[in-house]
Design a protein around this ligand. Sequence first.
Ligand SMILES: [Zn+2]
Length: 435
Amino acid sequence: MRRRLSTLLGLAQLILLLSCATPVGQQVPSGVDIPAETKVDLAEAIAPELTAAPLSSVASTVPHSGTSSSNNEKSDQVNNLSSDAETPAARVHLVATVWEEEPRLPILNYHQFSPESAKFSTAVKTRLPDLQAHLQSLYDSGYSLISLEGWLKGDLHVPEGRRPLIITMDDLFYNNQLTLTEGGDPDPSSGIGVMWEFSEAHPDFGFQLALFATLGDKLYANPSFPTWEDKLGEAIAWGFDHGAITYNHFYTHPHLDQIEPRHIVWNARKNDEYLRSLLEQVGRDDIIPSLSNIFALPYSVWPTKPISIQLLLAYENPEGLPLQAVMESDFISRAKFLPPPYAPDFDPWHILRIIADHNAIDHLVENSGQFPTAVHCEFEDLDQTRIEDRAFLAGEIRQALKQGRCPEGVYSLGGKVFTASSSGVHLIFPEDGGG
Ligand SMILES: [Zn+2]
């Protein structure tokens, strides 16, 4: 089942890369270029399954596609491509997520995991049975996982009727966080293994994780075991293939207020370089061009010297990508929730995560009504050559409103965000229109 699902999703991902807008930031890598005949075969192969699957589950489980802008493309499901190679303009089917209330969401932050034999969970070590209980009560309260990076880029998709939730994890890679079995699946005795099994059993919960790795002193396995680095590289690559994306938590987990400015840059760079060398070591260089540039601050502590802060914010990853966001963390008692990226209070340099202890989970369950759900609105038979055109999309939304097919609200469609009401349809993100 897992293999079939991932093959299906891999094909879906190719279709989406071929068929949807590439509106924000970086473009799809030029290497993803499929001959026309292959497009037809893929479309025919995938269309029945995609059509048969619940749209929401497809939306929530498509893995990271290997481009940092791909979250925008992958969430607009396309389940109808013309298979007639002589027809120049393929027809596509997009699904908008419509927010009738202002969206916002919690971001949970886990660390390590301990077995059932541990007496209790702590703020940085969650017993696996407690994790299982967290996931069940979050799911029962209507939450589904979405991609951190997708949200930051204006992809506000969530399965219909579900509340968005982001789960992050810090201080990887310990093997209690992710170990692969001989068969290549995540071991259920690791935290990510528990999350993976839960998402397999509850597809509308989805599987998206943001992993903040400290690769220099958080040892994955006993370094005297000769192939431990291969195992680590394979575990990281598995994550990229399935939606558990590795970001930067500095190489030695330093107190950034206690080290020299140049050491801050070294620490970030070294972590980035080691990540790339691990991927190369296991033959997964293909992932490298898609790597992102998001930090989680160790101990949630900022540097104090202005020059250090400047250097941190000016940090470019080895591929030259500027810093995208900085993650902090705190207890639920001081919680702030993530607004959409067009909101006046959205601040990418201070994205606050909530430490995933019992109090936090109880709060999110008891107050789930404070986190809105969304509905879907379908746009069928669109001209593929026009779906990057914001005026075209706005016109389609206007028509759907006029026909009473879809409600007023905030529309996430084609990698863009619109407000739609009787007074008009307006693009609100990205500000430059994205094409
Ligand atoms: Zn940490």
